[in-house]
Design a protein around this ligand. Structure first.
Ligand code: ADP
Ligand code: MG
Length: 349
């Protein structure tokens, strides 16, 4: 088979791990990113620095590769659509457009008769006063949020007055779910009714940022099956190609809700690198490059801890790790508060 060149838009830790997985199966990667210090340049075969609206540069990039995928969902739709005219972009830009907007995403999920939290669109501050049924809730920007950015908790009606946010943007108000637990399910879909699905992963957040993930999740058999079924159903309905992650809430009455869909590989799936025969990253690459699907095999239970900000420091100094510990340094130039700097996965029986 002739050499495949895969283009990846975005050069953060996900782009790095995609590049590393591609190398393993002899696929060459070219990463395009708007950050000159993007860590993925340490892992890919070629790195191109350019802005996401630099049409000329991005088309030069497209001309160098056979197909293109992306590591994060906030790439302008116009950009993906332009590139798609030159080379196949997977997952399809239309899927990304649907999911990058929290309202259209939730409308889509509800149309499948899958439960989400109650939500309402908010275009003006005055509209908030009438949405008492959604309070306590969280006001979120409809686009461009991640790691809890662009989110404003509203505990009681009185909080609305003191809100200092920019209403030139559109928001969504989501009713707060009384959380018992959060889980995620990762699916890689290769084609119609042709997919692999990882077992549900239990996730714990601190300050709306993922702190750790583990398998097995401590959940009932019903939730285990329902979450997998819903994730598969979502990927089939989207006619998705590649790896996708569905984030779920479980409330104190054991109700399952879809929180959001990530049309990409996901932080909670980092443990798949060590705990499965094929990681979420390799499977993504296999699916978008139309390679063979290999049956998925779990090798071990696992816990992955995100190293945020200066939590990375002691691990960087550590010389020896146990045989069941796997430390990943994303090689980001600068240590920043709340920035995901690396992770450590521990395998256990
Ligand atoms: P992001 O795009 O930043 O991941 P999420 O919508 O997933 O945004 O929110 C981040 C975290 O904030 C969630 O994983 C959860 O812990 C908490 N959260 C968000 N929305 C709700 C909600 N409606 N009810 C309860 N907790 C929520
Ligand atoms: Mg989330």
């Amino acid at each position: 088979m002739s050499q495949i060149y895969l283009g990846i838009i975005g050069g953060g830790q996900l782009g790095s791990m995609l590049s590393a997985a591609a190398k393993k199966i002899n696929i060459k990667t070219i990463v395009y990113c708007d950050d000159i210090n993007a860590p993925a340049q340490n892992f890919c075969d070629e790195f191109i620095f350019g802005k996401y609206d630099d049409k000329k540069k991005i088309l030069e990039f497209a001309n160098k590769v056979n197909l293109i995928t992306y590591e994060f969902e906030n790439i302008p739709y116009e950009t993906l659509n332009e590139i798609n005219k030159e080379k196949p972009v997977l997952p399809k830009p239309s899927i990304n457009k649907l999911i990058q907007h929290r309202l259209s995403e939730k409308d889509f999920i509800n149309k499948l008769n899958i439960r989400t939290t109650k939500y309402s669109s908010v275009k003006k501050k005055s509209e908030l006063e009438s949405l008492v049924d959604f309070i306590p809730g969280i006001l979120k920007t409809t686009t461009l949020g991640y790691d809890g950015k662009g989110q404003y908790p509203i505990k009681r009606i009185e909080d609305i007055q003191s809100l200092k946010i920019d209403f030139s943007k559109e928001y969504i108000l989501e009713k707060l779910v009384k959380l018992k637990k959060e889980i995620s399910v990762i699916v890689t879909r290769f084609g119609s009714n042709n997919y692999v699905v990882y077992e549900p992963i239990e996730n714990v957040h601190e300050d709306q940022i993922l702190k750790y993930s583990k398998i097995p999740a401590e959940i009932s058999k019903d939730i285990f099956n329902q979450s997998k079924d819903w994730a598969i159903n979502i990927s089939e309905e989207l006619k998705y190609i590649g790896t996708l992650c569905v984030e779920f809430f479980i409330d104190r009455n054991e109700n399952l809700y879809v929180n959001e869909i990530a049309p990409r590989v996901h932080n909670s799936g980092h443990l798949t690198i060590n705990a499965y025969n094929i990681s979420q990253f390799e499977n993504h690459i296999r699916a978008v490059c139309s390679l063979e699907k290999i049956p998925l095999k779990k090798l071990s239970n696992a816990k992955m801890i995100n190293l945020i900000g200066d939590q990375i420091e002691p691990y960087r100094k550590k010389i020896k790790f146990n045989d069941n510990e796997f430390f990943f340094d994303y090689l980001k130039k600068e240590v920043k508060n709340k920035r995901k700097m690396g992770h450590i996965t521990t395998l256990y029986k």
